[in-house]
Design a protein. Structure first.
Length: 319
């Protein structure tokens, strides 16, 4: 189908905010081509795109289609019929996670869903710890705030390899993205087809991290010292403790509230970083670069540091 034919189909089939967004670009050929002129392909890295209305972008319909394709693959192949799902802090990440959970559960896949933000390694851990056949993370890594994505993982907790990814892609191609939901997220959660990942899994993850610590005496020596990192999803302050525990996250929650007090709600990214961690800079080099910026991001980062009376230390030895 041509871009204009797809546009007409979406005007007929879509609903709500997506439909209104599409109506607003009527007659704008450039926008129609941007939204419908390319086909999203599912590969070993899943899919990733700018969010918005259209078959070329990431939205409720395209996200649900991928999740249904993953479910189709799982139901036809010799894998455990369960999937763990995690998500980051991007716009729509939690929403997309729930859409995926409902799509998978409605097709017979038991879903374990994190009830709050979780880093990707924690998703990989959950896949293996819970014996799942697959995992999914809603994230777009280092991409800017307009993007989001779906990454799929195998039963080993690693990114899906070429062969299963090709099978999932074939299943996605057969899915009508406009088929209505068989059941709502709330109904599937109430029935037990979806369940939130228990606190015991979080604690098991922390315990395993502690086991992997190579120099625990250094961690103890640096206890209660601030480390600053600047990932693509925003500024994160972190407190070092003798061992990982829920206490860390309680501290972060309190500090986030203080950061929110000085950060405007419409500023989704606190710091614009290098495009990838592969840039090869040291942590201190990253801090110097970020604090040396002359834009609104720097102002609010520095204001936050001043508010908490935090000193940026040199970490050249930990590059």
């Amino acid at each position: 189908m041509t871009a204009n034919e797809l546009y007409a189909l979406w005007l007929e089939k879509s609903q709500g905010a997506i439909l209104e967004e599409l109506k607003a670009v009527s007659g704008n050929e450039q926008e129609i081509q941007r939204r419908f002129g390319t086909v999203q392909t599912f590969g070993t890295a899943g899919i990733r795109s700018v969010m918005g209305a259209g078959s070329s972008l990431l939205n409720d319909y395209t996200v649900r289609q991928v999740a249904r394709g993953l479910a189709g693959y799982m139901m036809k192949n010799d894998v455990e019929k369960s999937c763990a799902i995690g998500y980051d802090s991007r716009v729509n990440s939690q929403r997309f996670a729930k859409i995926c959970a409902a799509a998978l559960a409605a097709e017979g896949v038991h879903v374990y869903l994190y009830d709050r933000l979780a880093p990707t390694p924690m998703l990989s851990f959950a896949v293996r710890h819970l014996g799942c056949g697959a995992g999914m993370v809603i994230s777009a890594s280092h991409n800017t705030k307009e993007y989001n994505g779906l990454k799929c993982y195998g039963p080993d907790g690693c990114q899906m390899t070429e062969e299963p990814a090709a099978l999932v892609s074939a299943e996605i191609a057969e899915i009508d993205m406009f088929d209505p939901d068989k059941a709502s997220f709330e109904e599937l959660l109430a029935s037990g087809a979806i369940e939130y990942i228990a606190p015991e899994v979080w604690e098991a993850y922390y315990a395993r991290i502690a086991q992997e610590c190579i120099r625990p005496e250094l961690v103890k020596e640096m206890a209660m010292t601030w480390l600053l990192t600047f990932p693509g999803c925003g500024l994160i302050g972190f407190l070092m403790y003798d061992e990982p525990s829920a206490e860390v996250f309680d501290e972060l929650a309190a500090l986030k509230a203080q950061f929110d007090a000085v950060m405007p709600a419409d500023k989704l990214f606190y710091v614009n970083l290098f495009p990838s961690c592969a840039a090869g800079t040291s942590l201190m080099g990253t801090v110097d670069w970020a604090l040396g910026r002359r834009d609104y991001d720097t102002y609010y980062v520095q204001k936050f540091l001043d508010k908490l009376d935090i000193e940026v230390l040199s970490w050249d030895n930990y590059s």
